[in-house]
Structure formats: structure tokens, C-alpha cells
Design a protein around this ligand. Structure first.
Ligand SMILES: [Zn+2]
Ligand SMILES: [Zn+2]
Length: 278
């Protein structure tokens, strides 16, 4: 099984004209690692990646509901992050194209605040990713779906799997409805994130993925083809998984390759196999 999935990825990457990693985190991410942005760039060059886009988690517009409050970068770090990105873009321009964006959270009920942020950094919108990590259960009651398996299972027990999946589907559909107009980042992050812990429980995903993909297509989004999932013990696939990727390709939905690296050695993860025989 694993081999078929991997060979699909290899084929996909081999056909890509430019090897890009468009989903990369940095030392400004509190749940990431302390490695410097430059170390990610150096690693990318070594692995033959031709284009790297930094997409640090944009500062949250809600109080971080996770126990460690470590979901996103701090507001005070934003300008330093951008400056460092620009410096690296210039320094390595002969070797690699470096871009700077954000991974922006779509948070139901906080569209005004999010739009204000996007407006401030509008030139970074084309390099940014829009992701759903937080579900709104009640007024000022948000739940982070990918913090930990334990937290997810606990929520599933109290709220029900159905409710979790239903809310995720609804939130995703809102995120795919161009909620910020022209300022909407049109790469949708790890679209099947709700399934991150799926091997830990028995529940059939009720989401109408076909309908979701239609929305992606109709509103001109592209998919973050995210390889972090291969390394998650309770998931072990790409986001989205192979069958959805095939459906997306049939609908001519563009894919944007991303490692979701939180440390340099993860840059271009699972890309490199495809480079062995060139
Ligand atoms: Zn992260
Ligand atoms: Zn994410």
C-alpha cells in the first residue's frame, strides 16, 4: 500500500517543472523549532528545491485556546520575520527563489479582524495559505482540531464525532467562499486536517468531499498538497489523500506542494526520493 502512494507522489513531482516547497515554518513558530530561517533556505538548496515559500502561522485573532498557547507567531515578531525573509530572498536569489507569506487561520466569527490583518500585509497574500485549525463551538469557544490526539478524542467524546466533522465541513465551506474578497489567500491548507488522528478511532468521515472540491474549483482556489501527513502516526497519508488528489486533478484544480516543515530537515520532505534517479 505504502509503495503505491509513494510512487504516485514521485510521479507527480517528476512532472512538476519547478520543484517548490510552498509551506514552510520558522523559528517564529512557538510550536516549531529554534532553527533559523536561513537554515531552511540552505537545506532547500541542498535538496534541489528551486522555490521556497515561508508561511509562518499569522498571529491569532482569538485567544489561543490550546493548553500551551503556542499555535501562532506573536504580533511583535511579524516585522522581524518579514525583514529576515527579504534579506534571505536577496542573499540567495541566484540559487533559489524565496517568498514570504503567512499561514492564515480562517476563524468563524473573526472575519473582520482577519481581513484587517490581510489588508496590512496584502502584498504577501499571493504567497499565503488559508487553513482551518479552529472550530467555533460557541461564542468565544474555539477548539483547535490538530493540537493533540488526546484533546481531539476528548472533544469527540463530549461533542460527538458528527458535530466535529460537521463543523469542520461548514467552516471549510466558509473559508472556500472567498471570505475576504480579493484579499483571500487562495491556497487552502491541508484540507483533510480533520482526519489527522483518524487511525486512533473508528468513525466514517461523513464530509462530502466532492462538494468541497467543486467549491475549490468554482472559486479558483488551489490545494496545499501537504506531505506532513505522511509522518503523522495516526494519519500516514498526504493532505489530501491520493484519491482526493486524483479527483482534484480531474477537476483541473492546481496543487501547491508543501512540506509544512517545522525544522530544516523537513524541507522538501518526501520530495527527495523523486530526485534520486533524477
Ligand atoms: Zn505549525
Ligand atoms: Zn497548518
Amino acid at each position: 500500500m505504502k509503495n503505491t502512494k509513494e510512487s504516485f507522489v514521485i510521479l507527480y513531482i517528476k512532472e512538476a517543472t519547478v520543484l517548490e516547497d510552498n509551506h514552510v515554518h520558522t523559528n517564529y513558530c512557538p510550536h516549531g523549532s529554534r532553527y533559523l530561517m536561513e537554515e531552511y533556505v540552505v537545506e532547500a538548496i541542498e535538496k534541489g528545491v528551486q522555490k521556497l515559500t515561508f508561511t509562518e502561522h499569522a498571529p491569532l485573532v482569538i485567544d489561543d485556546p490550546t493548553p500551551e498557547k503556542d499555535s501562532a507567531m506573536l504580533e511583535k515578531d511579524v516585522s522581524e520575520y518579514i525583514e529576515e525573509g527579504k534579506r534571505l530572498k536577496e542573499k540567495y536569489k541566484e540559487k533559489i527563489e524565496v517568498n514570504i507569506g503567512f499561514e492564515v487561520d480562517f476563524i468563524e466569527g473573526k472575519e473582520v479582524e482577519t481581513a484587517a490583518f490581510l489588508e496590512r500585509y496584502s502584498d504577501m497574500v499571493p504567497y499565503s495559505i488559508l487553513s482551518v485549525h479552529f472550530l467555533k463551538f460557541d461564542e468565544n469557544d474555539y477548539f483547535c482540531i490538530d493540537y493533540s490526539k488526546e484533546a481531539f478524542m476528548e472533544k469527540a467524546e463530549t461533542a460527538g464525532f458528527n458535530k466535529l466533522y460537521q463543523l469542520y465541513e461548514d467552516t471549510l465551506l466558509s473559508a472556500l467562499s472567498l471570505p475576504f474578497g480579493e484579499l483571500t489567500p487562495k491556497t487552502i491548507g491541508h484540507i483533510t486536517l480533520i482526519n489527522k488522528f483518524k487511525r486512533a478511532y473508528v468513525f466514517e468521515d461523513p464530509i462530502e468531499w466532492n462538494q468541497i472540491l467543486r467549491k475549490v474549483q468554482n472559486n479558483g482556489y488551489q490545494l496545499d498538497y501537504n506531505f506532513a501527513g505522511f509522518d503523522k502516526v495516526d494519519y500516514q497519508e498526504s493532505y489530501p489523500p491520493e484519491e482526493l488528489v486524483k479527483e482534484a486533478l480531474e477537476l483541473s484544480i492546481p496543487l501547491s506542494l508543501g512540506s509544512d516543515a517545522h525544522q530544516p530537515k523537513e524541507v522538501g520532505r518526501h520530495f527527495e526520493r523523486s530526485l534520486v534517479d533524477g
